[in-house]
Design a protein around this ligand. Structure first.
Ligand SMILES: NC(=O)c1ccc[n+]([C@@H]2O[C@H](COP(=O)([O-])OP(=O)(O)OC[C@H]3O[C@@H](n4cnc5c(N)ncnc54)[C@H](OP(=O)(O)O)[C@@H]3O)[C@@H](O)[C@H]2O)c1
Length: 310
Protein backbone atom coordinates (compact mmCIF):
# COMPACT_ATOMS: atom_id res chain seq x y z
CA UNK A 1 0.00 0.00 0.00
CA UNK A 2 1.26 3.52 -0.79
CA UNK A 3 1.81 5.95 2.04
CA UNK A 4 0.02 9.24 1.34
CA UNK A 5 2.48 12.08 0.73
CA UNK A 6 1.88 14.89 3.20
CA UNK A 7 2.03 17.67 0.62
CA UNK A 8 -0.64 16.23 -1.69
CA UNK A 9 -4.33 16.20 -0.78
CA UNK A 10 -6.05 12.82 -0.88
CA UNK A 11 -8.73 12.24 -3.50
CA UNK A 12 -11.00 9.21 -3.42
CA UNK A 13 -12.65 7.94 -6.61
CA UNK A 14 -15.73 5.69 -6.44
CA UNK A 15 -16.51 3.29 -9.29
CA UNK A 16 -12.84 3.25 -10.30
CA UNK A 17 -13.26 0.06 -12.36
CA UNK A 18 -15.83 1.76 -14.63
CA UNK A 19 -15.22 3.77 -17.79
CA UNK A 20 -15.12 7.19 -16.09
CA UNK A 21 -13.34 5.76 -13.04
CA UNK A 22 -10.46 4.41 -15.12
CA UNK A 23 -10.04 7.66 -17.04
CA UNK A 24 -10.09 9.57 -13.75
CA UNK A 25 -7.40 7.44 -12.15
CA UNK A 26 -5.21 7.57 -15.27
CA UNK A 27 -5.44 11.37 -15.58
CA UNK A 28 -5.02 11.95 -11.83
CA UNK A 29 -1.82 9.90 -11.88
CA UNK A 30 -0.53 11.95 -14.85
CA UNK A 31 -1.34 15.23 -13.14
CA UNK A 32 0.08 14.09 -9.79
CA UNK A 33 -1.73 16.79 -7.82
CA UNK A 34 -3.55 14.35 -5.50
CA UNK A 35 -2.79 11.15 -3.65
CA UNK A 36 -5.26 8.83 -5.37
CA UNK A 37 -7.45 6.29 -3.58
CA UNK A 38 -9.27 4.25 -6.24
CA UNK A 39 -12.27 2.36 -4.90
CA UNK A 40 -14.54 -0.12 -6.63
CA UNK A 41 -16.79 -3.08 -6.14
CA UNK A 42 -14.66 -6.16 -5.46
CA UNK A 43 -11.13 -6.55 -6.77
CA UNK A 44 -9.14 -3.94 -8.68
CA UNK A 45 -9.70 -4.20 -12.46
CA UNK A 46 -7.43 -1.31 -13.37
CA UNK A 47 -4.40 -2.15 -15.56
CA UNK A 48 -1.70 -3.86 -13.54
CA UNK A 49 0.96 -1.63 -15.12
CA UNK A 50 -0.44 1.50 -13.44
CA UNK A 51 1.44 2.65 -10.37
CA UNK A 52 1.17 5.32 -7.73
CA UNK A 53 -2.35 4.81 -6.39
CA UNK A 54 -3.98 2.84 -3.60
CA UNK A 55 -6.91 0.54 -4.34
CA UNK A 56 -9.59 -0.20 -1.77
CA UNK A 57 -12.60 -2.43 -2.26
CA UNK A 58 -15.68 -0.37 -1.41
CA UNK A 59 -19.31 -1.26 -2.07
CA UNK A 60 -21.14 2.06 -1.95
CA UNK A 61 -24.38 0.38 -0.86
CA UNK A 62 -22.66 -0.88 2.32
CA UNK A 63 -22.70 2.03 4.78
CA UNK A 64 -20.21 0.44 7.20
CA UNK A 65 -17.81 -0.35 4.38
CA UNK A 66 -18.01 3.26 3.11
CA UNK A 67 -17.41 4.72 6.58
CA UNK A 68 -14.50 2.37 7.20
CA UNK A 69 -12.78 3.33 3.92
CA UNK A 70 -13.32 7.06 4.59
CA UNK A 71 -11.94 6.61 8.10
CA UNK A 72 -8.84 4.92 6.67
CA UNK A 73 -8.04 7.68 4.15
CA UNK A 74 -9.84 10.88 5.28
CA UNK A 75 -10.16 12.12 1.69
CA UNK A 76 -10.13 15.89 1.17
CA UNK A 77 -11.95 15.37 -2.13
CA UNK A 78 -14.24 12.62 -3.43
CA UNK A 79 -15.29 12.09 -7.05
CA UNK A 80 -18.38 9.92 -6.96
CA UNK A 81 -18.74 8.22 -10.35
CA UNK A 82 -20.13 4.84 -9.22
CA UNK A 83 -23.74 4.18 -10.18
CA UNK A 84 -26.05 1.67 -11.80
CA UNK A 85 -25.72 3.01 -15.34
CA UNK A 86 -27.63 0.61 -17.60
CA UNK A 87 -30.80 2.62 -18.20
CA UNK A 88 -32.99 -0.33 -19.25
CA UNK A 89 -31.80 -2.46 -16.34
CA UNK A 90 -32.65 0.41 -13.97
CA UNK A 91 -36.21 0.36 -15.32
CA UNK A 92 -36.72 -3.34 -14.59
CA UNK A 93 -34.60 -3.71 -11.42
CA UNK A 94 -35.82 -0.60 -9.64
CA UNK A 95 -34.90 -1.63 -6.09
CA UNK A 96 -31.28 -2.35 -7.08
CA UNK A 97 -31.20 0.93 -8.99
CA UNK A 98 -32.53 2.85 -5.98
CA UNK A 99 -29.94 1.24 -3.69
CA UNK A 100 -27.01 2.11 -5.96
CA UNK A 101 -28.11 5.51 -7.26
CA UNK A 102 -29.90 7.02 -4.25
CA UNK A 103 -29.34 5.11 -0.98
CA UNK A 104 -25.62 4.77 -1.77
CA UNK A 105 -25.33 8.51 -2.33
CA UNK A 106 -26.79 8.90 1.17
CA UNK A 107 -23.93 6.71 2.45
CA UNK A 108 -21.33 8.81 0.61
CA UNK A 109 -22.86 12.02 1.99
CA UNK A 110 -22.77 10.79 5.61
CA UNK A 111 -19.11 9.76 5.26
CA UNK A 112 -18.10 12.93 3.38
CA UNK A 113 -19.82 15.08 6.03
CA UNK A 114 -17.94 13.25 8.76
CA UNK A 115 -14.53 13.73 7.08
CA UNK A 116 -15.27 17.21 5.60
CA UNK A 117 -14.62 15.99 2.06
CA UNK A 118 -15.44 18.14 -0.96
CA UNK A 119 -17.79 16.02 -3.09
CA UNK A 120 -17.87 16.03 -6.90
CA UNK A 121 -20.93 14.00 -7.87
CA UNK A 122 -21.54 12.77 -11.43
CA UNK A 123 -25.05 13.17 -12.81
CA UNK A 124 -26.81 12.97 -16.16
CA UNK A 125 -28.84 14.68 -18.90
CA UNK A 126 -31.49 12.00 -18.21
CA UNK A 127 -32.82 14.13 -15.33
CA UNK A 128 -34.48 16.16 -18.13
CA UNK A 129 -37.51 15.27 -20.27
CA UNK A 130 -35.86 16.14 -23.58
CA UNK A 131 -38.53 18.64 -24.62
CA UNK A 132 -36.25 21.67 -24.62
CA UNK A 133 -32.58 20.69 -25.00
CA UNK A 134 -29.81 21.68 -25.16
CA UNK A 135 -30.00 22.51 -21.46
CA UNK A 136 -28.17 24.99 -19.26
CA UNK A 137 -27.43 24.24 -15.61
CA UNK A 138 -30.52 26.03 -14.33
CA UNK A 139 -33.09 24.23 -16.52
CA UNK A 140 -35.95 22.50 -14.71
CA UNK A 141 -35.54 18.70 -14.43
CA UNK A 142 -38.36 16.28 -15.25
CA UNK A 143 -37.07 12.73 -15.77
CA UNK A 144 -38.90 10.32 -18.09
CA UNK A 145 -37.37 7.07 -16.80
CA UNK A 146 -36.40 5.49 -13.48
CA UNK A 147 -32.65 5.94 -13.95
CA UNK A 148 -33.19 9.70 -14.44
CA UNK A 149 -35.54 9.76 -11.46
CA UNK A 150 -32.91 8.20 -9.16
CA UNK A 151 -30.11 10.45 -10.43
CA UNK A 152 -32.35 13.46 -9.73
CA UNK A 153 -33.14 12.21 -6.22
CA UNK A 154 -29.39 11.83 -5.62
CA UNK A 155 -28.78 15.42 -6.74
CA UNK A 156 -31.45 16.60 -4.31
CA UNK A 157 -29.83 14.70 -1.41
CA UNK A 158 -26.49 16.36 -2.16
CA UNK A 159 -27.97 19.82 -2.54
CA UNK A 160 -29.77 19.44 0.80
CA UNK A 161 -26.64 18.21 2.61
CA UNK A 162 -24.25 20.34 4.63
CA UNK A 163 -21.38 19.39 2.30
CA UNK A 164 -19.33 21.54 0.01
CA UNK A 165 -20.32 19.96 -3.30
CA UNK A 166 -20.13 20.21 -7.06
CA UNK A 167 -22.32 18.28 -9.49
CA UNK A 168 -20.90 17.37 -12.91
CA UNK A 169 -23.74 16.53 -15.30
CA UNK A 170 -22.81 14.65 -18.43
CA UNK A 171 -24.25 13.13 -21.62
CA UNK A 172 -23.72 9.87 -23.59
CA UNK A 173 -20.15 9.00 -22.65
CA UNK A 174 -17.94 7.13 -25.13
CA UNK A 175 -14.41 5.78 -24.87
CA UNK A 176 -12.45 2.62 -24.25
CA UNK A 177 -11.13 1.26 -21.03
CA UNK A 178 -9.28 -1.77 -19.80
CA UNK A 179 -11.39 -4.93 -19.47
CA UNK A 180 -14.60 -3.12 -20.53
CA UNK A 181 -17.84 -4.53 -19.22
CA UNK A 182 -20.05 -2.24 -21.30
CA UNK A 183 -19.88 -1.03 -24.91
CA UNK A 184 -20.76 2.45 -26.15
CA UNK A 185 -21.99 3.97 -29.38
CA UNK A 186 -18.66 4.32 -31.23
CA UNK A 187 -17.41 0.82 -30.35
CA UNK A 188 -20.81 -0.77 -31.06
CA UNK A 189 -21.17 0.88 -34.49
CA UNK A 190 -17.58 0.01 -35.45
CA UNK A 191 -17.91 -3.63 -34.37
CA UNK A 192 -21.34 -4.12 -35.97
CA UNK A 193 -20.26 -2.66 -39.33
CA UNK A 194 -17.08 -4.75 -39.28
CA UNK A 195 -19.32 -7.81 -38.84
CA UNK A 196 -21.38 -6.68 -41.86
CA UNK A 197 -24.54 -6.00 -39.86
CA UNK A 198 -27.30 -3.56 -40.86
CA UNK A 199 -27.89 -0.90 -38.22
CA UNK A 200 -30.92 1.16 -37.27
CA UNK A 201 -30.24 4.47 -35.53
CA UNK A 202 -32.68 7.14 -34.47
CA UNK A 203 -32.38 10.56 -36.06
CA UNK A 204 -34.93 12.33 -33.87
CA UNK A 205 -32.97 12.36 -30.61
CA UNK A 206 -30.23 14.89 -29.89
CA UNK A 207 -27.26 14.56 -27.56
CA UNK A 208 -23.87 16.22 -26.97
CA UNK A 209 -21.71 13.05 -26.82
CA UNK A 210 -18.85 13.15 -24.34
CA UNK A 211 -15.39 11.67 -24.65
CA UNK A 212 -14.69 9.83 -21.38
CA UNK A 213 -11.34 11.65 -21.08
CA UNK A 214 -13.14 15.01 -21.29
CA UNK A 215 -15.58 14.01 -18.55
CA UNK A 216 -12.67 12.92 -16.35
CA UNK A 217 -10.82 16.18 -17.00
CA UNK A 218 -13.94 18.22 -16.18
CA UNK A 219 -14.42 16.37 -12.88
CA UNK A 220 -10.74 16.84 -12.00
CA UNK A 221 -10.91 20.58 -12.80
CA UNK A 222 -13.87 20.77 -10.41
CA UNK A 223 -11.92 18.82 -7.79
CA UNK A 224 -8.80 20.98 -8.12
CA UNK A 225 -10.77 24.21 -7.96
CA UNK A 226 -13.27 22.87 -5.38
CA UNK A 227 -15.83 24.30 -7.81
CA UNK A 228 -19.22 24.52 -6.13
CA UNK A 229 -22.58 24.17 -7.84
CA UNK A 230 -23.78 22.41 -10.97
CA UNK A 231 -21.61 22.22 -14.09
CA UNK A 232 -22.49 20.77 -17.48
CA UNK A 233 -19.51 18.63 -18.49
CA UNK A 234 -20.13 17.18 -21.95
CA UNK A 235 -19.16 17.58 -25.58
CA UNK A 236 -20.53 20.73 -27.18
CA UNK A 237 -21.62 19.34 -30.57
CA UNK A 238 -25.32 18.50 -30.90
CA UNK A 239 -25.68 15.24 -32.83
CA UNK A 240 -28.28 12.55 -33.40
CA UNK A 241 -27.28 8.89 -32.81
CA UNK A 242 -27.63 8.51 -36.61
CA UNK A 243 -25.10 11.36 -37.15
CA UNK A 244 -22.73 9.72 -34.65
CA UNK A 245 -22.93 6.38 -36.47
CA UNK A 246 -22.26 8.00 -39.86
CA UNK A 247 -19.24 9.91 -38.48
CA UNK A 248 -17.93 6.71 -36.91
CA UNK A 249 -18.31 4.78 -40.20
CA UNK A 250 -16.61 7.56 -42.14
CA UNK A 251 -13.70 7.73 -39.72
CA UNK A 252 -13.04 3.97 -39.78
CA UNK A 253 -13.80 3.79 -43.55
CA UNK A 254 -16.66 1.33 -43.00
CA UNK A 255 -19.77 0.86 -45.16
CA UNK A 256 -22.14 3.64 -44.10
CA UNK A 257 -24.89 2.44 -46.48
CA UNK A 258 -25.58 -0.22 -43.82
CA UNK A 259 -26.69 2.52 -41.41
CA UNK A 260 -30.42 3.17 -41.62
CA UNK A 261 -32.43 5.99 -40.11
CA UNK A 262 -35.26 5.19 -37.77
CA UNK A 263 -37.25 7.24 -35.29
CA UNK A 264 -38.07 6.84 -31.62
CA UNK A 265 -41.67 5.73 -32.29
CA UNK A 266 -40.40 2.74 -34.30
CA UNK A 267 -37.44 1.92 -32.03
CA UNK A 268 -38.72 0.45 -28.76
CA UNK A 269 -36.50 0.36 -25.69
CA UNK A 270 -37.43 -0.83 -22.19
CA UNK A 271 -36.93 2.61 -20.63
CA UNK A 272 -38.24 5.71 -22.36
CA UNK A 273 -35.50 8.07 -23.60
CA UNK A 274 -35.69 11.87 -23.51
CA UNK A 275 -35.81 13.22 -27.10
CA UNK A 276 -33.62 16.30 -27.24
CA UNK A 277 -31.13 16.75 -24.46
CA UNK A 278 -27.52 17.86 -24.90
CA UNK A 279 -25.88 20.55 -22.84
CA UNK A 280 -24.69 24.12 -23.13
CA UNK A 281 -21.18 23.94 -21.63
CA UNK A 282 -20.30 27.65 -21.60
CA UNK A 283 -20.23 27.83 -17.78
CA UNK A 284 -17.62 25.06 -17.55
CA UNK A 285 -15.58 26.66 -20.35
CA UNK A 286 -15.64 30.07 -18.67
CA UNK A 287 -15.24 29.06 -15.04
CA UNK A 288 -13.20 25.85 -15.19
CA UNK A 289 -11.32 26.31 -18.47
CA UNK A 290 -12.99 23.10 -19.70
CA UNK A 291 -12.16 22.36 -23.35
CA UNK A 292 -14.24 19.50 -24.78
CA UNK A 293 -13.11 17.72 -27.97
CA UNK A 294 -15.23 17.56 -31.10
CA UNK A 295 -16.80 14.15 -31.86
CA UNK A 296 -14.28 13.56 -34.68
CA UNK A 297 -11.35 14.42 -32.39
CA UNK A 298 -12.83 12.04 -29.82
CA UNK A 299 -13.07 9.15 -32.30
CA UNK A 300 -9.50 9.86 -33.37
CA UNK A 301 -8.28 9.56 -29.76
CA UNK A 302 -10.27 6.37 -29.27
CA UNK A 303 -8.90 4.89 -32.52
CA UNK A 304 -5.32 5.49 -31.35
CA UNK A 305 -6.09 3.73 -28.06
CA UNK A 306 -7.63 0.79 -29.95
CA UNK A 307 -4.48 0.46 -32.07
CA UNK A 308 -2.33 0.48 -28.94
CA UNK A 309 -4.55 -2.15 -27.33
CA UNK A 310 -4.34 -4.50 -30.38
N1 LIG B 1 -22.12 6.37 -19.62
C1 LIG B 1 -22.93 7.37 -19.93
O1 LIG B 1 -23.34 7.52 -21.09
C2 LIG B 1 -23.35 8.34 -18.86
C3 LIG B 1 -24.19 9.41 -19.21
C4 LIG B 1 -24.58 10.32 -18.20
C5 LIG B 1 -24.13 10.16 -16.90
N2 LIG B 1 -23.32 9.10 -16.59
C6 LIG B 1 -22.88 8.96 -15.20
O2 LIG B 1 -21.47 8.92 -15.19
C7 LIG B 1 -21.01 8.11 -14.11
C8 LIG B 1 -19.96 7.13 -14.61
O3 LIG B 1 -20.54 6.27 -15.54
P1 LIG B 1 -19.68 5.29 -16.46
O4 LIG B 1 -20.03 5.58 -17.86
O5 LIG B 1 -18.26 5.28 -16.06
O6 LIG B 1 -20.38 3.92 -16.08
P2 LIG B 1 -19.78 2.46 -15.79
O7 LIG B 1 -18.67 2.19 -16.74
O8 LIG B 1 -20.97 1.57 -15.79
O9 LIG B 1 -19.16 2.60 -14.36
C9 LIG B 1 -19.94 2.63 -13.19
C10 LIG B 1 -19.14 1.97 -12.10
O10 LIG B 1 -19.91 2.03 -10.90
C11 LIG B 1 -19.64 0.84 -10.20
N3 LIG B 1 -20.64 0.51 -9.22
C12 LIG B 1 -21.95 0.24 -9.40
N4 LIG B 1 -22.50 -0.11 -8.23
C13 LIG B 1 -21.52 -0.08 -7.30
C14 LIG B 1 -21.46 -0.37 -5.92
N5 LIG B 1 -22.54 -0.78 -5.25
N6 LIG B 1 -20.29 -0.19 -5.28
C15 LIG B 1 -19.19 0.20 -5.92
N7 LIG B 1 -19.18 0.47 -7.25
C16 LIG B 1 -20.33 0.32 -7.91
C17 LIG B 1 -19.61 -0.24 -11.28
O11 LIG B 1 -18.96 -1.37 -10.75
P3 LIG B 1 -18.79 -2.73 -11.58
O12 LIG B 1 -17.70 -2.39 -12.60
O13 LIG B 1 -18.37 -3.69 -10.55
O14 LIG B 1 -20.12 -2.99 -12.20
C18 LIG B 1 -18.83 0.48 -12.38
O15 LIG B 1 -17.46 0.22 -12.28
C19 LIG B 1 -22.26 7.50 -13.49
O16 LIG B 1 -22.60 8.21 -12.34
C20 LIG B 1 -23.33 7.67 -14.55
O17 LIG B 1 -24.62 7.76 -13.99
C21 LIG B 1 -22.92 8.20 -17.55
Amino acid sequence: MNTPKKNKPTLLVTGANGLLGQKLVNRLLEKDSFHVIATGRGACRLPQTWEGFTYASMDITDKENVLEVFQRYSPEVVIHGAAMTNVDECETAQEACYQQNVAAVGNIIVAAEQYHSFLVHVSTDFIFDGEAGPYTEDAVPNPVNYYGETKLQAEALIQQSSLNWGIARTVLVYGISHDMSRSNIVLWVKKSLEEGKDLQLVDDQLRTPTLAEDLAEGCILMAEQRAKGVFNISGDELLTPYDMAIQTAEFFKLDKTKINKTDSSAFRQTAKRPMKTGFVVQKAKDQLNFKPKSFTEGIEILAKQLNLAN
